[in-house]
Design a protein around this ligand. Structure first.
Ligand SMILES: [Fe+2]
Length: 163
């Protein structure tokens, strides 16, 4: 039974060097390699909230376009519902190990297509269909305590939830 309901927080003031990267991340949502090089410069120095058996979401930037940059802090074993995303979604592992289970939505229901593990410095990226919220359907499980940087073209909570 997954009782994890993530809470969302406004992030505290960030160091200048980190804050300057945020609008660049949003402006480069269509450019995977640029997102990756920007994320590699990211130095989280803040103590993002712990969420026992779950994960916390700290919003670093909410752009006028609706795009957002968010940090998730994961407790070991935290697991998300199966969910979809807006058009662009980028997730970069800053610390720890995240397991990603990807699904395809079929007439017979969801089908698991792959299970991958992403380590520190690795990422996933999806460029999907604008105006839809069922792009890149997946479930994330934190295999260790983890920290990840997320960039989405819209509020990620608009993503479709399947469970
Ligand atoms: Fe996701």
């Amino acid at each position: 039974m997954n009782n994890c309901v993530a809470k969302t927080y406004i992030a505290p003031e960030l160091p200048d060097i980190t804050r300057k990267i945020l609008p660049e991340l949003v402006d480069n949502l269509a450019d995977e390699s640029r997102l990756l090089s920007l994320s590699a410069q990211f130095r989280p120095q803040e103590d993002f909230p712990h969420a026992p058996h779950c994960y916390s979401r700290s919003i670093l930037l909410h752009a006028d376009s609706g795009a957002e940059v968010m940090i998730a802090r994961w407790d070991q074993g935290a697991i998300t519902p199966i969910h979809g995303h807006p058009q662009f979604a980028f997730v970069y592992v800053l610390q720890g190990q995240l397991q990603m289970q990807h699904y395809r939505d079929t007439d017979q229901g969801l089908v698991l297509t792959e299970t991958i593990i992403k380590h520190e410095g690795q990422h996933i990226y999806s460029a999907g269909i604008a105006g839809r919220y069922d792009n890149a359907i997946h479930r994330v499980t934190a295999l260790t305590p983890s920290l990840s940087l997320h960039v989405y073209s819209e509020d990620a909570l608009k993503g479709k939830f399947f469970t």
